[in-house]
Structure formats: C-alpha cells, structure tokens
Write a protein that binds this ligand. Structure first.
Ligand code: F6R
Length: 238
C-alpha cells in the first residue's frame, strides 16, 4: 500500500515539481512517508519546489506536542526531507483566535489553490481530515467538535492525557477541488468503513463517500482493509 501510494506521489511531483500538497498525519501514511524519505536519499532536492498545507490539527496543539499532526509530519517527513518552513503553511492549533486561524488557511488556499495532491487516511467513522459525520460538501476550513470515537483513537497518538475535543481541518470543498486525491486504508479495523464508503449512499453521514464524486480519486488499501469488499460483485465508481 505504502509503495503503491508513494510511487504515485513521486510521479506527480516529477510531472509538476511546483505542487501544492496536503498529507494526512495519523498512522496509515507513515509507511508512505518513510518510502518517500528513502526515495529522496538519492534525490535530496526532489520536493524543493513543492508547498505543503496542513490537512488538520488538534485544537490546543502545535508542532511542539509529540503526537500532533504537525509533529508527526515533522518527524517522518518535513525534517528528514529537509523541507524548509517557508514551504509549509500549517494550522496553529493554539491560536489567539480560532476563526482567524481558519481564515488564514482559507485565504492561502484561495490564493495558492487548488491543491494538486491530497493524501488522506480514513477514520473509523468515515471522517477525512477532521471532517466528521455531518460535514457538508461545501465546507471550508473551520474548527469542529470531534466525535468520541475520534477522541478515543486520537488518545493513542499521545503519551499523556490531552483534551482532544476539537480539531481544525480543511473542508470537503477544498479537498474535492484537488486535482488528485489518494485515500489509503490498512488493517482489518478499516475493512468495515472501507466497504461503507465505497458502497453506501454518498452523503454527510460518511464524509469519505463524497470522494466517489471526485473525477480523479484513487483508493489504495491492503488485503485486510479490502476483506469485506466482494471483488467482481460490484463495479466501483473509483
Ligand atoms: C490525520 C487525519 C485523520 C486520519 C484518520 C485515520 O491527519 O487526517 O483523518 O487520517 O483518523 O487515522 P489513522 O491513519 O491513524 O488510522
């Protein structure tokens, strides 16, 4: 899964080095980030002309918090890759003013967007970024209340108890405007939601299902995550 997704990202950057990208944090993409770092050992300047926007962040966290989205991407990608701070626009989860922080990222995307490539994981409840069930298709950057299942899963990223009740996220509209979306899923625990997002009605209940309306979205999953999908029984719109 990681190699397949990593190779697509490398091809995209080769074709368009001045790309605007957003990468999910969380556990699923880590193998992809390691694959990219390994690839770039020989091509140190590979991402030199690319720009990165944050997909999401926990409210109350920034890069100094181990387990935050920024810290994960710093550790597994930005730092080993030598990406300069000037190439990154990331949510500050500890802003003086949350709406203003969202506006800052919205404005950046209005000016620099649309995104060229989006790398997403999927939550057990079907969230993408922190777009939880109930999210509207026209949504943009905003702060959101996180569901209990998201908070519970999120606690695994941190070694201390944290308030994980809110997050900042890009909206569905901004993700759907991207030229290419890659959604990755692995492990048996993602089998149910992967089947649901591919087969259930498209709508807010499963935010990841909106991706089926995207003209260039690739879903890459391992065997366990695919184990509830009857291959050949249905033709998927992806
Ligand atoms: C994290 C993010 C989330 C995760 C999702 C899956 O930046 O955007 O939507 O992708 O919660 O998390 P993992 O990969 O840890 O299962």
């Amino acid at each position: 899964m990681s190699q397949a997704a990593g190779k697509i990202i490398i091809e995209e950057i080769k074709n368009n080095p001045v790309s605007l990208l957003t990468f999910a944090a969380g556990n699923t993409p880590i193998g992809i980030l390691k694959f990219l770092v390994q690839f770039c050992r020989k091509e140190r300047n590979f991402f030199k002309n690319s720009f990165f926007v944050s997909l999401d962040e926990w409210v109350g966290m920034n890069g100094s918090n181990v387990g935050s989205c920024r810290n994960t991407l710093d550790s597994f990608f930005f730092h080993p890759m030598g990406i300069d701070n000037s190439q990154i626009l990331f949510f500050n989860g500890k802003p003086k003013n949350l709406p203003r922080e969202c506006m800052r990222v919205n404005r950046y995307l209005e000016k620099m967007g649309p995104l060229d490539l989006v790398l997403l994981g999927v939550g057990l409840n079907g969230h993408i970024g922190f777009n939880e069930p109930g999210t509207l298709e026209g949504s943009e950057c905003r702060s959101v209340d996180l569901q209990e299942s998201t908070q519970k899963k999120g606690a695994n990223y941190f070694d201390q108890n944290k308030d994980l009740s809110q997050g900042l996220t890009l909206g569905i509209k901004q993700l759907m405007e991207a030229k290419l979306i890659i959604l990755v899923a692995n492990g048996i625990q993602k089998a149910g939601i992967l089947k649901d997002l591919l087969t259930k009605e498209i709508g807010s209940e499963i935010p990841a299902s909106f991706l089926r309306r995207h003209p260039n979205c690739k879903v890459i999953a391992d065997k366990e995550a695919c184990s509830k999908i009857e291959i050949g029984a249905k033709s998927f719109p992806f």
